[in-house]
Design a protein around this ligand. Structure first.
Ligand SMILES: [Fe+2]
Length: 536
Protein backbone atom coordinates (compact mmCIF):
# COMPACT_ATOMS: atom_id res chain seq x y z
CA UNK A 1 0.00 0.00 0.00
CA UNK A 2 1.51 3.37 -0.99
CA UNK A 3 1.19 6.43 1.32
CA UNK A 4 -1.76 7.78 -0.65
CA UNK A 5 -3.63 4.50 -0.21
CA UNK A 6 -2.76 4.54 3.47
CA UNK A 7 -4.14 8.08 3.81
CA UNK A 8 -7.26 6.90 2.03
CA UNK A 9 -7.61 4.11 4.55
CA UNK A 10 -7.34 6.66 7.35
CA UNK A 11 -10.13 8.70 5.77
CA UNK A 12 -12.14 5.54 5.19
CA UNK A 13 -12.02 4.86 8.91
CA UNK A 14 -13.65 8.23 9.50
CA UNK A 15 -10.56 10.23 10.53
CA UNK A 16 -9.89 13.74 9.29
CA UNK A 17 -6.69 15.76 9.50
CA UNK A 18 -6.03 19.40 10.20
CA UNK A 19 -4.03 21.04 7.36
CA UNK A 20 -0.92 21.08 9.60
CA UNK A 21 -1.35 17.41 10.46
CA UNK A 22 -1.81 16.60 6.78
CA UNK A 23 1.49 18.35 5.90
CA UNK A 24 3.23 16.80 8.91
CA UNK A 25 2.18 13.29 7.91
CA UNK A 26 3.26 13.84 4.33
CA UNK A 27 6.70 15.02 5.53
CA UNK A 28 7.37 11.79 7.44
CA UNK A 29 9.59 9.19 5.87
CA UNK A 30 7.84 6.42 7.78
CA UNK A 31 4.34 7.76 6.97
CA UNK A 32 3.15 4.20 6.38
CA UNK A 33 3.95 2.95 9.82
CA UNK A 34 2.68 6.13 11.50
CA UNK A 35 -0.70 5.76 9.76
CA UNK A 36 -0.77 2.14 10.84
CA UNK A 37 -0.13 3.27 14.40
CA UNK A 38 -2.97 5.80 14.21
CA UNK A 39 -5.30 3.14 12.86
CA UNK A 40 -4.38 0.67 15.55
CA UNK A 41 -4.37 3.23 18.36
CA UNK A 42 -8.14 3.14 18.76
CA UNK A 43 -8.17 6.90 19.40
CA UNK A 44 -11.65 8.31 19.78
CA UNK A 45 -10.62 11.60 18.14
CA UNK A 46 -11.90 11.98 14.59
CA UNK A 47 -10.09 15.21 13.73
CA UNK A 48 -6.38 14.73 14.29
CA UNK A 49 -3.92 17.55 14.91
CA UNK A 50 -0.10 17.27 14.87
CA UNK A 51 -0.13 16.93 18.68
CA UNK A 52 -2.64 14.08 18.49
CA UNK A 53 -0.42 12.25 16.02
CA UNK A 54 2.70 12.85 18.13
CA UNK A 55 0.86 11.58 21.23
CA UNK A 56 -0.10 8.42 19.40
CA UNK A 57 3.51 7.88 18.25
CA UNK A 58 4.77 8.42 21.82
CA UNK A 59 2.17 6.11 23.31
CA UNK A 60 3.02 3.48 20.74
CA UNK A 61 6.70 3.73 21.63
CA UNK A 62 5.91 3.31 25.34
CA UNK A 63 4.05 0.14 24.70
CA UNK A 64 6.67 -1.11 22.29
CA UNK A 65 7.63 -3.95 24.60
CA UNK A 66 4.02 -5.02 24.92
CA UNK A 67 3.71 -4.83 21.16
CA UNK A 68 6.75 -7.02 20.80
CA UNK A 69 5.19 -9.57 23.13
CA UNK A 70 2.00 -9.36 21.09
CA UNK A 71 4.07 -9.89 17.99
CA UNK A 72 5.64 -12.95 19.52
CA UNK A 73 2.17 -14.21 20.41
CA UNK A 74 1.07 -13.62 16.84
CA UNK A 75 4.09 -15.53 15.55
CA UNK A 76 3.21 -18.32 17.90
CA UNK A 77 -0.36 -18.30 16.65
CA UNK A 78 0.88 -18.42 13.07
CA UNK A 79 3.03 -21.46 13.90
CA UNK A 80 0.06 -23.09 15.64
CA UNK A 81 -2.09 -22.33 12.60
CA UNK A 82 0.50 -23.79 10.28
CA UNK A 83 0.77 -26.92 12.40
CA UNK A 84 -3.02 -27.21 12.37
CA UNK A 85 -3.09 -26.92 8.56
CA UNK A 86 -0.46 -29.58 8.24
CA UNK A 87 -2.55 -31.81 10.47
CA UNK A 88 -5.63 -31.15 8.30
CA UNK A 89 -3.75 -32.03 5.12
CA UNK A 90 -2.98 -35.36 6.65
CA UNK A 91 -6.63 -36.13 7.53
CA UNK A 92 -8.60 -38.92 5.88
CA UNK A 93 -10.62 -38.51 2.64
CA UNK A 94 -13.92 -38.79 4.53
CA UNK A 95 -13.03 -35.78 6.64
CA UNK A 96 -12.25 -33.78 3.48
CA UNK A 97 -15.69 -34.61 2.13
CA UNK A 98 -17.20 -33.49 5.41
CA UNK A 99 -15.35 -30.25 5.01
CA UNK A 100 -16.83 -29.84 1.52
CA UNK A 101 -20.30 -30.40 2.91
CA UNK A 102 -19.79 -27.50 5.27
CA UNK A 103 -19.13 -25.27 2.29
CA UNK A 104 -22.22 -26.59 0.52
CA UNK A 105 -24.28 -25.68 3.56
CA UNK A 106 -23.88 -22.00 2.69
CA UNK A 107 -27.41 -20.80 1.82
CA UNK A 108 -27.97 -21.63 -1.84
CA UNK A 109 -29.84 -18.36 -2.34
CA UNK A 110 -26.84 -16.32 -1.25
CA UNK A 111 -24.63 -18.07 -3.74
CA UNK A 112 -27.15 -17.48 -6.50
CA UNK A 113 -27.51 -13.86 -5.57
CA UNK A 114 -23.77 -13.46 -5.50
CA UNK A 115 -23.68 -14.91 -9.00
CA UNK A 116 -26.48 -12.61 -10.14
CA UNK A 117 -24.67 -9.63 -8.68
CA UNK A 118 -21.46 -10.41 -10.47
CA UNK A 119 -23.32 -11.02 -13.72
CA UNK A 120 -25.29 -7.81 -13.19
CA UNK A 121 -22.18 -5.74 -12.62
CA UNK A 122 -20.86 -6.94 -15.94
CA UNK A 123 -24.14 -6.50 -17.78
CA UNK A 124 -25.18 -3.00 -16.66
CA UNK A 125 -22.95 -0.73 -18.63
CA UNK A 126 -23.21 2.99 -18.19
CA UNK A 127 -25.37 5.02 -20.52
CA UNK A 128 -24.70 8.65 -19.70
CA UNK A 129 -24.93 11.56 -22.11
CA UNK A 130 -24.33 15.22 -21.33
CA UNK A 131 -26.93 17.28 -23.18
CA UNK A 132 -25.84 20.65 -21.86
CA UNK A 133 -23.31 22.03 -19.40
CA UNK A 134 -22.25 25.71 -19.19
CA UNK A 135 -19.03 26.44 -21.00
CA UNK A 136 -16.29 28.53 -19.45
CA UNK A 137 -16.79 31.91 -21.12
CA UNK A 138 -15.86 35.44 -20.19
CA UNK A 139 -18.84 37.63 -19.44
CA UNK A 140 -18.67 41.37 -18.89
CA UNK A 141 -21.23 42.70 -16.44
CA UNK A 142 -22.20 45.87 -18.32
CA UNK A 143 -25.58 47.55 -18.84
CA UNK A 144 -25.49 46.45 -22.48
CA UNK A 145 -24.68 42.79 -21.68
CA UNK A 146 -27.57 42.64 -19.20
CA UNK A 147 -29.89 44.34 -21.73
CA UNK A 148 -28.96 41.65 -24.25
CA UNK A 149 -29.37 38.93 -21.62
CA UNK A 150 -32.91 40.01 -20.61
CA UNK A 151 -33.87 40.54 -24.27
CA UNK A 152 -32.99 36.93 -24.89
CA UNK A 153 -34.90 35.82 -21.78
CA UNK A 154 -37.98 37.65 -23.08
CA UNK A 155 -37.69 36.32 -26.64
CA UNK A 156 -37.25 32.67 -25.66
CA UNK A 157 -40.06 32.56 -23.10
CA UNK A 158 -42.28 34.62 -25.42
CA UNK A 159 -41.75 31.91 -28.02
CA UNK A 160 -43.09 29.32 -25.53
CA UNK A 161 -46.29 31.36 -25.19
CA UNK A 162 -46.53 31.72 -28.98
CA UNK A 163 -46.94 27.97 -29.30
CA UNK A 164 -49.96 27.90 -26.96
CA UNK A 165 -53.40 27.72 -28.50
CA UNK A 166 -55.19 28.96 -25.36
CA UNK A 167 -53.78 32.46 -25.77
CA UNK A 168 -55.89 34.73 -27.99
CA UNK A 169 -55.53 38.36 -29.13
CA UNK A 170 -51.80 38.65 -28.62
CA UNK A 171 -50.62 42.26 -28.41
CA UNK A 172 -47.42 44.09 -27.66
CA UNK A 173 -47.17 47.25 -25.56
CA UNK A 174 -47.01 49.36 -28.75
CA UNK A 175 -50.47 48.08 -29.70
CA UNK A 176 -51.91 49.51 -26.50
CA UNK A 177 -52.57 53.11 -27.51
CA UNK A 178 -53.64 55.70 -24.92
CA UNK A 179 -57.02 56.57 -26.42
CA UNK A 180 -58.05 53.21 -27.83
CA UNK A 181 -59.71 50.82 -25.40
CA UNK A 182 -59.36 47.09 -26.10
CA UNK A 183 -60.94 44.07 -24.43
CA UNK A 184 -59.55 40.65 -23.77
CA UNK A 185 -56.01 41.21 -24.94
CA UNK A 186 -53.01 39.03 -24.05
CA UNK A 187 -49.68 40.70 -23.38
CA UNK A 188 -46.50 38.75 -22.80
CA UNK A 189 -44.12 40.92 -20.79
CA UNK A 190 -41.36 40.93 -18.23
CA UNK A 191 -42.40 42.01 -14.74
CA UNK A 192 -40.26 44.97 -13.78
CA UNK A 193 -42.01 45.90 -10.54
CA UNK A 194 -44.86 44.63 -8.40
CA UNK A 195 -46.38 46.37 -5.41
CA UNK A 196 -49.50 46.20 -3.28
CA UNK A 197 -51.42 49.41 -2.57
CA UNK A 198 -52.93 50.33 0.79
CA UNK A 199 -56.40 49.58 -0.57
CA UNK A 200 -55.39 46.04 -1.54
CA UNK A 201 -54.92 46.54 -5.28
CA UNK A 202 -51.82 45.15 -6.98
CA UNK A 203 -49.88 47.36 -9.40
CA UNK A 204 -47.57 45.56 -11.83
CA UNK A 205 -45.17 47.35 -14.16
CA UNK A 206 -44.61 45.46 -17.40
CA UNK A 207 -42.12 45.73 -20.23
CA UNK A 208 -41.67 44.08 -23.60
CA UNK A 209 -39.36 44.88 -26.54
CA UNK A 210 -41.63 47.75 -27.64
CA UNK A 211 -42.16 49.62 -24.39
CA UNK A 212 -43.75 49.62 -20.93
CA UNK A 213 -47.26 49.66 -19.49
CA UNK A 214 -48.82 49.76 -16.02
CA UNK A 215 -51.26 47.00 -15.12
CA UNK A 216 -53.63 46.47 -12.23
CA UNK A 217 -55.19 43.59 -10.37
CA UNK A 218 -58.23 45.10 -8.69
CA UNK A 219 -59.02 44.32 -5.07
CA UNK A 220 -62.45 43.12 -6.22
CA UNK A 221 -60.75 40.00 -7.66
CA UNK A 222 -59.56 38.29 -4.44
CA UNK A 223 -58.48 35.00 -6.08
CA UNK A 224 -56.33 36.88 -8.55
CA UNK A 225 -54.90 39.09 -5.80
CA UNK A 226 -54.09 35.92 -3.85
CA UNK A 227 -52.31 34.27 -6.82
CA UNK A 228 -50.41 37.51 -7.56
CA UNK A 229 -48.11 36.77 -4.62
CA UNK A 230 -46.55 34.10 -6.89
CA UNK A 231 -45.64 36.70 -9.54
CA UNK A 232 -41.89 37.19 -9.39
CA UNK A 233 -40.11 40.31 -10.59
CA UNK A 234 -38.03 39.74 -13.76
CA UNK A 235 -40.11 36.75 -14.81
CA UNK A 236 -41.79 36.64 -18.24
CA UNK A 237 -45.54 36.01 -17.96
CA UNK A 238 -48.68 36.49 -20.01
CA UNK A 239 -51.28 38.97 -18.75
CA UNK A 240 -54.84 38.74 -20.07
CA UNK A 241 -57.12 41.72 -19.51
CA UNK A 242 -58.76 44.90 -20.77
CA UNK A 243 -56.96 48.05 -21.81
CA UNK A 244 -58.73 51.08 -20.41
CA UNK A 245 -57.47 54.59 -19.74
CA UNK A 246 -53.77 53.77 -20.10
CA UNK A 247 -54.13 50.86 -17.70
CA UNK A 248 -54.21 47.11 -18.33
CA UNK A 249 -56.88 45.67 -16.01
CA UNK A 250 -55.76 42.08 -15.47
CA UNK A 251 -58.31 39.27 -15.48
CA UNK A 252 -55.91 36.34 -15.73
CA UNK A 253 -52.19 35.63 -15.35
CA UNK A 254 -50.58 32.76 -17.25
CA UNK A 255 -47.20 31.22 -16.48
CA UNK A 256 -45.07 29.64 -19.23
CA UNK A 257 -45.10 26.43 -17.14
CA UNK A 258 -44.61 22.91 -18.44
CA UNK A 259 -47.36 21.16 -20.35
CA UNK A 260 -49.61 18.58 -18.71
CA UNK A 261 -48.86 16.39 -21.69
CA UNK A 262 -45.26 15.86 -20.58
CA UNK A 263 -44.60 12.14 -20.43
CA UNK A 264 -41.52 11.10 -18.48
CA UNK A 265 -38.86 8.89 -20.00
CA UNK A 266 -37.93 5.68 -18.21
CA UNK A 267 -34.89 3.47 -18.21
CA UNK A 268 -35.07 0.29 -20.29
CA UNK A 269 -33.60 -1.72 -17.39
CA UNK A 270 -33.55 -1.52 -13.62
CA UNK A 271 -30.78 0.79 -12.51
CA UNK A 272 -30.57 3.05 -9.50
CA UNK A 273 -29.24 6.58 -8.98
CA UNK A 274 -28.19 8.02 -5.65
CA UNK A 275 -28.79 11.78 -5.40
CA UNK A 276 -26.74 13.77 -2.91
CA UNK A 277 -25.48 17.32 -2.38
CA UNK A 278 -23.94 19.77 0.09
CA UNK A 279 -21.25 17.49 1.46
CA UNK A 280 -19.15 20.43 2.73
CA UNK A 281 -15.87 18.56 3.13
CA UNK A 282 -13.48 20.77 5.10
CA UNK A 283 -16.14 22.06 7.47
CA UNK A 284 -15.92 21.21 11.16
CA UNK A 285 -19.54 20.15 10.80
CA UNK A 286 -18.93 17.76 7.89
CA UNK A 287 -20.73 14.50 8.72
CA UNK A 288 -17.88 12.27 7.53
CA UNK A 289 -19.21 9.08 9.08
CA UNK A 290 -22.62 9.49 7.43
CA UNK A 291 -20.99 10.27 4.08
CA UNK A 292 -18.84 7.20 4.45
CA UNK A 293 -22.00 5.15 4.95
CA UNK A 294 -23.23 6.46 1.59
CA UNK A 295 -20.01 5.18 0.03
CA UNK A 296 -20.40 1.85 1.79
CA UNK A 297 -23.97 1.62 0.49
CA UNK A 298 -22.75 2.01 -3.10
CA UNK A 299 -19.90 -0.44 -2.55
CA UNK A 300 -22.17 -2.97 -0.84
CA UNK A 301 -20.02 -2.94 2.30
CA UNK A 302 -22.56 -1.87 4.91
CA UNK A 303 -23.25 -4.17 7.82
CA UNK A 304 -26.87 -4.36 6.79
CA UNK A 305 -27.12 -6.79 3.85
CA UNK A 306 -30.57 -5.49 2.92
CA UNK A 307 -29.03 -2.15 1.96
CA UNK A 308 -26.06 -3.76 0.25
CA UNK A 309 -28.41 -5.45 -2.19
CA UNK A 310 -29.83 -2.02 -3.03
CA UNK A 311 -26.38 -0.43 -3.23
CA UNK A 312 -25.19 -2.94 -5.79
CA UNK A 313 -27.78 -1.64 -8.25
CA UNK A 314 -26.57 1.96 -8.01
CA UNK A 315 -25.01 3.00 -11.29
CA UNK A 316 -25.08 6.78 -10.96
CA UNK A 317 -24.16 9.17 -8.19
CA UNK A 318 -25.41 12.72 -8.79
CA UNK A 319 -23.88 15.44 -6.63
CA UNK A 320 -25.77 18.75 -6.82
CA UNK A 321 -23.01 21.03 -5.56
CA UNK A 322 -21.19 22.17 -2.42
CA UNK A 323 -18.69 19.32 -2.44
CA UNK A 324 -16.47 21.35 -0.13
CA UNK A 325 -17.10 24.15 2.34
CA UNK A 326 -14.80 26.52 0.42
CA UNK A 327 -13.03 29.59 1.69
CA UNK A 328 -14.43 33.06 2.44
CA UNK A 329 -17.97 32.19 1.42
CA UNK A 330 -19.44 34.11 4.37
CA UNK A 331 -17.99 36.38 7.07
CA UNK A 332 -16.33 34.47 9.89
CA UNK A 333 -16.31 31.17 7.95
CA UNK A 334 -12.71 30.53 9.05
CA UNK A 335 -13.92 29.62 12.54
CA UNK A 336 -16.16 26.90 11.08
CA UNK A 337 -13.41 25.29 9.00
CA UNK A 338 -11.48 22.16 9.80
CA UNK A 339 -9.38 22.66 6.63
CA UNK A 340 -8.83 26.30 5.69
CA UNK A 341 -7.27 25.53 2.31
CA UNK A 342 -9.57 24.74 -0.60
CA UNK A 343 -7.05 22.45 -2.32
CA UNK A 344 -6.84 20.36 0.85
CA UNK A 345 -10.62 20.30 1.07
CA UNK A 346 -10.85 18.89 -2.47
CA UNK A 347 -7.95 16.54 -1.74
CA UNK A 348 -9.92 15.05 1.15
CA UNK A 349 -13.14 15.00 -0.91
CA UNK A 350 -11.27 13.12 -3.65
CA UNK A 351 -10.11 10.56 -1.10
CA UNK A 352 -13.78 9.83 -0.44
CA UNK A 353 -14.89 9.72 -4.09
CA UNK A 354 -11.93 7.52 -4.98
CA UNK A 355 -13.27 4.82 -2.65
CA UNK A 356 -16.43 4.43 -4.73
CA UNK A 357 -16.42 1.44 -7.08
CA UNK A 358 -15.20 2.48 -10.49
CA UNK A 359 -18.19 1.29 -12.50
CA UNK A 360 -20.34 4.01 -10.88
CA UNK A 361 -20.61 7.23 -12.87
CA UNK A 362 -20.23 10.23 -10.57
CA UNK A 363 -21.58 13.55 -11.84
CA UNK A 364 -20.58 16.60 -9.83
CA UNK A 365 -21.84 20.15 -10.38
CA UNK A 366 -20.71 23.17 -8.36
CA UNK A 367 -22.57 25.00 -5.61
CA UNK A 368 -21.97 28.42 -4.13
CA UNK A 369 -19.28 26.99 -1.79
CA UNK A 370 -17.25 25.36 -4.58
CA UNK A 371 -14.22 26.62 -6.48
CA UNK A 372 -16.16 27.78 -9.53
CA UNK A 373 -17.79 30.95 -10.88
CA UNK A 374 -20.34 31.90 -8.26
CA UNK A 375 -22.67 33.63 -10.74
CA UNK A 376 -25.24 31.46 -12.49
CA UNK A 377 -24.81 29.59 -14.77
CA UNK A 378 -21.95 28.22 -12.71
CA UNK A 379 -19.03 26.82 -14.65
CA UNK A 380 -17.52 23.47 -13.53
CA UNK A 381 -15.26 23.25 -10.48
CA UNK A 382 -11.85 24.57 -11.55
CA UNK A 383 -8.98 22.17 -12.02
CA UNK A 384 -6.56 24.40 -10.13
CA UNK A 385 -8.52 23.72 -6.94
CA UNK A 386 -9.31 20.06 -7.43
CA UNK A 387 -6.48 18.52 -9.46
CA UNK A 388 -6.92 15.02 -7.97
CA UNK A 389 -10.65 14.99 -8.56
CA UNK A 390 -10.04 15.56 -12.27
CA UNK A 391 -7.87 12.45 -12.34
CA UNK A 392 -10.69 10.09 -11.36
CA UNK A 393 -11.96 8.54 -14.60
CA UNK A 394 -15.51 7.94 -13.35
CA UNK A 395 -15.99 11.53 -12.11
CA UNK A 396 -17.65 14.02 -14.49
CA UNK A 397 -17.26 17.64 -13.45
CA UNK A 398 -20.00 19.70 -15.08
CA UNK A 399 -21.53 23.15 -14.62
CA UNK A 400 -24.80 24.23 -13.03
CA UNK A 401 -27.35 23.90 -14.48
CA UNK A 402 -26.64 20.83 -16.53
CA UNK A 403 -28.92 18.51 -18.48
CA UNK A 404 -28.08 14.82 -18.69
CA UNK A 405 -29.52 11.63 -20.03
CA UNK A 406 -28.81 8.62 -17.84
CA UNK A 407 -30.25 5.32 -19.04
CA UNK A 408 -32.78 7.29 -21.15
CA UNK A 409 -33.94 9.44 -18.19
CA UNK A 410 -33.41 13.22 -18.50
CA UNK A 411 -32.02 14.82 -15.39
CA UNK A 412 -31.59 18.52 -14.74
CA UNK A 413 -29.09 19.33 -12.02
CA UNK A 414 -28.87 22.78 -10.47
CA UNK A 415 -27.46 23.70 -7.09
CA UNK A 416 -30.59 25.73 -6.35
CA UNK A 417 -28.94 29.01 -5.42
CA UNK A 418 -32.13 30.96 -6.07
CA UNK A 419 -34.43 28.81 -3.91
CA UNK A 420 -33.96 31.10 -0.93
CA UNK A 421 -34.64 34.22 -3.05
CA UNK A 422 -37.90 32.68 -4.24
CA UNK A 423 -38.86 31.64 -0.71
CA UNK A 424 -38.23 35.19 0.48
CA UNK A 425 -40.25 36.72 -2.36
CA UNK A 426 -43.36 34.58 -2.01
CA UNK A 427 -45.02 34.91 1.41
CA UNK A 428 -47.00 31.69 0.91
CA UNK A 429 -43.80 29.59 0.74
CA UNK A 430 -42.37 28.51 4.12
CA UNK A 431 -38.75 29.50 4.58
CA UNK A 432 -37.47 26.00 5.41
CA UNK A 433 -38.53 24.29 2.19
CA UNK A 434 -37.06 23.52 -1.21
CA UNK A 435 -39.81 21.90 -3.23
CA UNK A 436 -42.31 24.83 -3.54
CA UNK A 437 -39.57 27.07 -5.00
CA UNK A 438 -38.53 24.30 -7.42
CA UNK A 439 -42.15 24.11 -8.57
CA UNK A 440 -42.10 27.89 -9.17
CA UNK A 441 -38.89 27.52 -11.22
CA UNK A 442 -40.64 25.04 -13.50
CA UNK A 443 -43.75 27.25 -13.69
CA UNK A 444 -41.57 30.23 -14.65
CA UNK A 445 -39.39 28.01 -16.88
CA UNK A 446 -36.42 29.66 -15.20
CA UNK A 447 -33.84 28.66 -12.58
CA UNK A 448 -33.14 32.20 -11.37
CA UNK A 449 -36.29 34.15 -12.14
CA UNK A 450 -35.47 37.04 -9.78
CA UNK A 451 -32.48 39.23 -10.54
CA UNK A 452 -30.65 41.43 -8.05
CA UNK A 453 -31.18 39.52 -4.81
CA UNK A 454 -28.74 36.97 -3.37
CA UNK A 455 -28.19 34.96 -6.56
CA UNK A 456 -25.77 36.63 -8.98
CA UNK A 457 -26.34 36.10 -12.72
CA UNK A 458 -23.59 36.13 -15.36
CA UNK A 459 -25.02 38.01 -18.38
CA UNK A 460 -24.29 35.37 -20.99
CA UNK A 461 -25.38 36.26 -24.58
CA UNK A 462 -28.21 33.74 -24.35
CA UNK A 463 -30.09 33.07 -21.12
CA UNK A 464 -28.80 29.63 -20.15
CA UNK A 465 -30.92 29.63 -17.00
CA UNK A 466 -34.15 29.20 -18.95
CA UNK A 467 -35.50 25.69 -18.43
CA UNK A 468 -35.34 24.89 -22.12
CA UNK A 469 -35.89 21.14 -21.76
CA UNK A 470 -38.43 19.48 -19.53
CA UNK A 471 -36.56 17.04 -17.33
CA UNK A 472 -37.80 13.77 -15.87
CA UNK A 473 -35.88 14.48 -12.67
CA UNK A 474 -35.09 17.95 -11.34
CA UNK A 475 -32.44 17.71 -8.61
CA UNK A 476 -31.22 20.57 -6.39
CA UNK A 477 -29.45 21.10 -3.07
CA UNK A 478 -28.37 24.35 -1.33
CA UNK A 479 -31.05 24.57 1.37
CA UNK A 480 -29.77 21.53 3.31
CA UNK A 481 -33.43 20.54 3.66
CA UNK A 482 -34.30 17.33 1.83
CA UNK A 483 -37.60 17.18 0.03
CA UNK A 484 -39.37 15.40 -2.79
CA UNK A 485 -42.53 15.71 -4.83
CA UNK A 486 -43.84 15.31 -8.35
CA UNK A 487 -45.00 18.20 -10.52
CA UNK A 488 -46.71 17.49 -13.85
CA UNK A 489 -44.76 14.30 -14.30
CA UNK A 490 -41.40 15.74 -13.19
CA UNK A 491 -39.79 14.20 -10.11
CA UNK A 492 -38.51 16.98 -7.84
CA UNK A 493 -35.71 16.16 -5.42
CA UNK A 494 -33.70 18.19 -2.99
CA UNK A 495 -30.99 15.99 -1.61
CA UNK A 496 -30.33 17.63 1.79
CA UNK A 497 -26.80 17.62 3.15
CA UNK A 498 -23.94 15.79 4.83
CA UNK A 499 -23.19 18.72 7.10
CA UNK A 500 -24.49 19.07 10.64
CA UNK A 501 -26.10 22.33 11.72
CA UNK A 502 -23.63 25.21 11.66
CA UNK A 503 -23.65 28.09 14.17
CA UNK A 504 -24.95 30.36 11.40
CA UNK A 505 -27.83 27.98 10.69
CA UNK A 506 -28.54 27.74 14.40
CA UNK A 507 -28.78 31.52 14.62
CA UNK A 508 -31.20 31.47 11.65
CA UNK A 509 -33.20 28.58 13.14
CA UNK A 510 -32.45 26.39 10.11
CA UNK A 511 -32.57 22.69 10.91
CA UNK A 512 -30.73 20.69 8.23
CA UNK A 513 -31.80 17.17 7.35
CA UNK A 514 -28.27 15.79 7.66
CA UNK A 515 -27.72 12.36 6.10
CA UNK A 516 -31.16 12.12 4.54
CA UNK A 517 -31.44 11.77 0.77
CA UNK A 518 -32.92 9.81 -2.14
CA UNK A 519 -32.38 6.82 -4.39
CA UNK A 520 -34.30 6.78 -7.66
CA UNK A 521 -35.11 3.68 -9.67
CA UNK A 522 -34.67 4.96 -13.21
CA UNK A 523 -36.88 2.20 -14.58
CA UNK A 524 -40.04 3.60 -12.96
CA UNK A 525 -38.85 6.95 -11.51
CA UNK A 526 -39.92 5.84 -8.03
CA UNK A 527 -37.88 7.48 -5.30
CA UNK A 528 -36.93 6.01 -1.92
CA UNK A 529 -35.91 8.15 1.00
CA UNK A 530 -32.71 6.94 2.64
CA UNK A 531 -31.61 8.06 6.09
CA UNK A 532 -27.97 7.22 6.79
CA UNK A 533 -28.47 8.02 10.48
CA UNK A 534 -30.55 4.84 10.73
CA UNK A 535 -28.21 2.55 8.78
CA UNK A 536 -25.31 0.51 10.15
FE1 LIG B 1 -24.50 23.85 0.97
Amino acid sequence: MNPSQKLRKLVAEGYQLTPEAFSFLNSLEDIDSVIDRILSSGTSKLILSIDDIKDIIKKEENIEVTAEIDELDKEKMKIDEQEKKETISQTSVSEEVENDVVIEEQPLQTKEEEHQTSVRKEQVSSDLKVIYSPKVTQTVASAESFRQYFKNRFEVINSYFSKRRDIKNRVSTSDLEPNKNRDNVSLVAIVTKIQNTRKGNVIIELEDLEGTVISLIHVSKPDLVQSSQFILEDSVLCFVGSWRNKLLNINEVLWPDIPYTHKPNYSYEEVLALHISDIHVGSKNFAGKLFHKAINLINGTLQDEKYNKVGEKIKYLFVAGDVVDGIGVYPGQKDDLMLDNIQLQYHLATEYFDQIRKDVEIVIIPGNHDGARSAEPQTPIQKEFAQNLFELDNVHLLGSPCYLKAHNVEIMLNHGNSILDINAAIPAIPHETSIPAMREMLKNRHLVPIYGKRTPIAPTPTDELIISRIPDIFHTGHTHIAGDDRYKGVLLLNSGTFQYQTSYQKSMNINPTTGLTYIVNLKNLERSKINFNEIN
